[in-house]
Design a protein. Structure first.
Length: 136
């Protein structure tokens, strides 16, 4: 199966796993997906992740993500995960114009010339780039 938009596929797999109440989701790996996974972990949206270089299913490797749920309400920590820039309609933004997600409570993940990072880090380094997705 060939996916035209791997990032949208990645986000959809996480959303679907949360809807089904899964603890762990497996996603075919790529450099950009690894970067997004690390950001989600650093920002506290996921519990743990593991990169497996070789797997039976995917020759490019596998990312296993342990999803995070609220202890009391059992609700997923990730309330919303939305793709912004798509292959058919790329969205770019300068460092000063990167949108703030819920007044800074959420994060926008931006692909810049200095790598994939959060909106906050991009503003700090004064770099713009492609708005990949946002999370809150």
């Amino acid at each position: 199966m060939h996916v035209t938009d791997p990032i949208a596929d990645y986000l959809t797999r996480i959303r679907n796993a949360q809807m089904a109440g899964h603890r762990i989701v497996e996603i075919p790996a790529s450099r950009i997906k690894k970067a997004i996974t690390e950001i989600l972990y650093d920002q506290g949206y996921i519990l743990k992740y593991v990169f497996e270089d070789e797997s039976e299913k995917y020759k490019q490797g596998l990312i296993k993500i342990a999803l995070k749920y609220d202890a009391q309400s059992k609700q997923p920590v990730i309330r919303e995960l939305v793709r912004v820039s798509r292959p058919g309609l790329r969205k770019f933004s300068g460092s000063t114009d990167i949108p703030r997600i819920i007044n800074g409570l959420g994060i926008m993940i931006v692909s810049t010339s200095k790598g994939v990072m959060t909106d906050k880090k991009a503003r700090e380094l004064n770099v713009g780039g492609e708005l990949l997705c946002y999370v809150y």
